[in-house]
Design a protein around this ligand. Structure first.
Ligand SMILES: *Cc1c(COP(=O)(O)O)cnc(C)c1O
Length: 400
């Protein structure tokens, strides 16, 4: 059996016949599953604890909390589930406004819709590719001055493993008493090494942080997620809500509408192994990024942000193509596909997604530009030097 679990959409599509045209295509990003993962998963299966009652779940939560520096971690069935519960913890209800990054994966915002709340999309800034703090601050100040309702939550996404410029967002939210939820689904292993939050991991600055262990993330459980918080009461409520709101030790008493959102013990076994290898994965992503940076520096591409004091993981190594001679991003994608390189376009911004067409947007077209110009290059943690060389040659040959 292959070590490669067909767990992530990214991987499945990368391997789908015909999706990239060339046999032996270098996939965009595949999970790195080895003997340690097999060991823990087999142990979970053989223990008989296959569902969410089992020792690996608690152990995974404890080690995860320790790793990111949070007081509590609550394991969930997915990152989307973690965000859903996170928003409930912060009091989001029907018709509330929630500010959210516009340029991100749809999993960031679907939970806002589940609750009947209204997303307000905030454009990105070119420096970090993440939500623009100046737009958040200006809109909060404007609403407060006009006596308009404030958002219940500002959801800050750290896209592609790049920490957002969190300090001015915290300042603006503190000024107006607005809670922050961090969507750190793509930024496990990333954080800040300078400024007020030096030494902090993404996901631990806001009142609630959420992570994902989908098959294409830097560490995977097949499917899974995590809520982190320093707040004891919120952590207790998160455990309650993710387990059908069951009141302990009272026969089938459920005191509110809950969710079946817990991670299974088998998945937690996989997660424990991946967590033990996280430093290895982060180092591999950063090494790949440095080599791409050096090899592509002279081309008409915007390379990923390098912001002093922001320690990115480069989870998906992504570049922006500057169109030239009538050729742009789509031409580069087609060129790479013909050469067996599984690159992929970046996301369509959320304001352009049909279910959110009516949502309000705070200024700008930075995210639209990312969608038109952006693509990710293969960056599996076990990508060989030779295969990365093939990718680099394929990109360079496009520019002649
Ligand atoms: C993957 C992802 C999610 C959702 O996580 P799942 O585990 O796939 O549900 C949410 N937000 C972002 C930014 C993501 O990349």
């Amino acid at each position: 059996m292959s070590d490669r679990l067909a767990a992530g959409g990214t991987e499945r599509e990368a391997h789908a016949p015909g999706s990239h045209g060339v046999a032996g295509t270098i996939p965009l990003a595949v999970p790195n599953i080895g003997p340690l993962e097999r060991h823990y998963v087999v142990e979970a299966v053989e223990s008989g604890y296959v569902s969410s009652v089992g020792p690996f779940v608690a152990e995974f939560e404890d080690r995860f909390a320790h790793r990111v520096g949070a007081r509590h971690a609550i394991a969930c069935a997915s990152g989307t589930a973690a965000i859903h519960i996170g928003l409930i913890l912060l009091g989001v209800e029907r018709d509330d406004d929630v500010f959210c990054s516009d340029f991100t994966f749809v999993g960031s915002v679907n939970p806002i819709a589940y609750l009947g709340a209204r997303p307000v999309f905030v454009d990105s800034e070119p420096r970090t590719w993440n939500l623009d703090p100046a737009l958040v601050a200006a809109e909060l100040d404007r609403r407060a001055a006009a006596g308009e309702e404030l958002p219940k939550v500002v959801e800050v996404v750290h896209v592609l493993g790049q920490p957002a410029d969190i300090e001015p967002i915290v300042d603006a939210c503190d000024r107006h008493g607005v809670a922050i939820l961090e969507d750190a689904a793509e930024s496990l292993g990333a954080g800040w090494s300078a400024g007020r939050y030096a030494g902090r991991h993404t996901g631990t600055v806001g009142r609630v942080g959420c992570f994902s262990f989908n098959g294409n993330k830097i560490a995977t459980t097949g499917g899974g997620g995590m809520i982190v918080t320093d707040d004891d009461a919120l952590a207790e409520r998160a455990r309650h809500l993710t387990t059908q709101a069951k009141v302990p030790d009272v026969g089938y008493l459920h005191d509110e509408v809950g969710y079946n959102y817990r991670l299974t013990n088998i998945a937690a076994g996989l997660g424990l192994a991946q967590l033990e290898r996280l430093d290895e994965f982060v180092a591999a992503k950063q090494r790949l990024a440095r080599r791409y940076d050096e090899a592509l520096a002279d081309l008409p591409l915007d390379l990923p942000p390098r912001v002093t004091g922001f320690d990115a993981t480069y989870w998906l190594y992504s570049v922006m193509v500057s169109p030239a001679d009538g050729r742009g991003r789509d031409d580069l994608l087609a060129h790479l596909a013909r050469r067996g390189v599984g690159a992929r376009a970046l996301w369509r911004p959320l304001h352009a997604q049909p279910p959110f067409a009516a949502a309000r947007v705070l200024a700008g077209s930075v995210g639209d530009g990312f969608f038109e110009r952006g693509l990710s290059l293969p960056c599996s943690t076990d990508l060989s030097e030779k295969d990365q060389g093939r990718v680099i040659e394929a990109v360079r040959s496009f520019f002649g």
